[in-house]
Design a protein. Structure first.
Length: 329
């Protein structure tokens, strides 16, 4: 006897047994399951190589349980666990070791790239699996109605090349992040110089370790902040220009007409609203004047009818008197 609950729309809500069977037997969902488990194994390997075997075991067990039991809050918590064991590999702070909060300026290291790649693959695969067994789109209202069942993604909608694109995008993000981190540490922010306020940093310089900085000089943390701020600003501007032009190039005539109509409305909606208000005011004023004229015409008609009735009544009163005088004669 099945414990499956029927939703109002006829779609069955998955029980825990249904979730396990879907993850274990469905051919479309199996690649995401294997990719997520492989990512957890790679996280364990990296943590084990850094001396944190306890952290690796916790990550693997907790990640596998979250995938099977549909713990939607597990991925952010797992990130906190990985960050904690990266700072303290043995699980507790070691006073005799070096400062764990010191930011490393290294880049393109294999262990770092493998760890970040594994974390990205895990997060993307885990949330794809949540969409298959729990919910793919947010509910229509902020408050869940009684009997409402979350909408899941059908496994038939999974494309054959979807996993390959996910892995490629994760690898590209890792390379972009490493390149940005190299650029952040390779530049210095010098606002006192004329022209571009950035220059290439000298790795042999000892100014970063001195307590008294010369005027216009910043420490490495401050330099990274300003360089990241500049990269975000100019990078966002460049990406917006490139992808905006690319979007205009690939759109068809109907989409272009829609964009032009929307742009025209955005630039002239105040004037159009003002003209529409005047038009509505004019129509309402004309309607009020026509109603007033009709009421005046009805009033005049009633007044004329009242006058005619009064005259007919006076004429009717005078007619018997004339008849009596004629009889007397």
């Amino acid at each position: 006897m099945s414990n499956t609950v029927k939703a109002p729309g006829g779609q069955p809500e998955l029980t825990q047994g249904d979730v396990i069977r879907l993850l274990a037997t469905d051919a479309a969902a199996r690649p995401y399951v294997l990719a997520t488990l492989a990512a957890l194994v790679m996280i364990f390997v990296v943590l084990f190589m850094s001396g944190s075997d306890l952290g690796g075991i916790i990550v693997v067990l907790f990640g596998a349980a979250a995938m099977a039991l549909r713990w939607t809050a597990a991925p952010p918590f797992l990130l906190l666990v990985i960050a904690y064991f990266q700072l303290f590999p043995f699980g507790v702070p070691d006073p005799g070791s070096e400062n764990p909060y010191q930011v490393r300026e290294s880049h393109f290291q294999v262990t770092d790239m493998v760890l970040v790649m594994a974390v990205l693959v895990y997060l993307r695969g885990q949330y794809r699996l949540f969409g298959l067994v729990h919910q793919i789109v947010p509910p229509d209202s902020a408050l869940k109605r009684k009997g409402e069942v979350p909408v899941r993604r059908p496994t038939a909608h999974i494309r054959p090349d979807e996993l390959a694109w996910m892995l490629a995008a994760s690898g590209a993000l890792v390379l972009i992040g490493q390149a940005v981190w190299w650029l952040v540490n390779a530049l210095e922010f010098v606002p006192m110089e004329s022209g571009v306020p950035f220059r290439w940093a000298d790795p042999r310089s000892l100014r970063a370790f001195s307590r008294d900085q010369p005027p216009g000089e910043f420490r490495p943390g401050q330099n990274r902040f300003f360089v990241l701020l500049g990269i975000l600003f100019f990078g966002t501007l460049l990406v917006r220009l490139v992808f905006g032009y690319w979007r205009l190039r690939v759109m068809n005539a109907s989409e272009g007409a829609m964009v032009l109509a929307d742009t025209s409305w955005g630039e002239s909606h105040r004037e159009r609203v003002r003209l529409e208000k005047w038009r509505v005011w004019g129509r309402r004023r004309a309607s009020e004047r026509a109603e007033a004229a009709a009421q005046e015409a009805r009033r005049r008609e009633k007044e004329a009818a009242r006058k005619r009735a009064a005259e007919e009544e006076r004429a009717a009163r005078k007619r018997p008197k004339r008849a009596r005088r004629d009889d007397q004669k």
